[in-house]
Design a protein around this ligand. Structure first.
Ligand SMILES: C[S@@+](CC[C@H](N)C(=O)[O-])C[C@H]1O[C@@H](n2cnc3c(N)ncnc32)[C@H](O)[C@@H]1O
Length: 219
């Protein structure tokens, strides 16, 4: 028995046969101005606005020529990159399939696969000057485990950026509340001129996500 008095595992159904949590999700989607705005603008995800807002604040895309998009699906961030830097070469990787996107080379594979970094850099035709990561691990509901899994992705993304970025390049990644842990922050500070954290307005207030923005890669 769960605390609600329902047998554990039973999912509470609402009027139309939806579970209570899917009804909550639907209500939120229908009332979310960013969902409507992204549909109107033709962005594949509402997440597109997060990159737009981060770009407005940190001028990330102005001089981007070679961009790696980690966790690309469904493709909103890459669309924004293509719009703001139409000449940039872009490669993206995701576990999920991404609908083809003009000007973007897509890999459907695990970024944690040892073969992934070389494939991405080879497809890009040279060192990236911007690595963007919106990767998030599928949550299992256990806070500490979810935190560790997502931070593992961030760490691997940071190492990829440090090993491959061109001088002066930038790295941004989704992190969880509390930001990057001390060790990762120290690593980024050693390799970049500025390291900041930001929560763009499009990031839901009740979500623990933040972004780390590291600019001015020193090598
Ligand atoms: C929030 S979504 C990205 C949304 C994207 N920025 C956009 O605007 O369309 C996070 C993505 O990270 C991907 N992801 C999580 N772990 C990954 C991994 N190990 N390798 C590749 N992609 C991963 C997920 O499949 C998911 O599509």
């Amino acid at each position: 028995m769960s605390r609600s008095g329902r047998p554990a595992g039973e999912r509470l159904k609402t009027g139309k046969g939806r579970t209570a949590s899917s009804t909550r999700w639907l209500t939120r989607q229908l009332n979310d101005p960013y969902v409507k705005a992204s549909k109107d603008a033709g962005w594949r995800s509402r997440a597109a606005f997060k990159l737009i807002e981060l770009d407005q604040k940190f001028a990330l895309l102005k001089n981007a020529h070679r961009v790696v998009d980690l966790g690309v699906a469904p493709g909103g961030w890459s669309q924004v990159v293509r719009k703001q830097a139409p000449k940039a070469a872009v490669v993206g990787i995701d576990l999920l399939e991404t609908e083809p996107l003009e000007g973007v080379t897509l890999f459907q594979m695990d970024f944690m696969d040892d073969a992934a970094p070389a494939l991405l850099v080879e497809a890009l035709g040279g060192a990236p000057d911007l690595v963007i990561s919106d990767m998030a691990a599928n949550t299992v509901g256990h806070k500490a485990t979810d935190h560790l899994r997502t931070m593992g992705l961030v760490e691997t993304a940071a190492h990829f950026a440090i090993e491959n970025l061109a001088l002066g390049g930038a790295f941004i990644a989704k992190v969880l509340a509390g930001g990057t842990d001390t060790e990762l922050l120290a690593l980024l500070k050693r390799h970049f001129t500025t390291v900041k954290h930001a929560k763009p307005p499009a990031s839901r207030k009740d979500s623990s996500e933040w972004y780390v923005i590291a600019q001015g890669f020193k090598g």
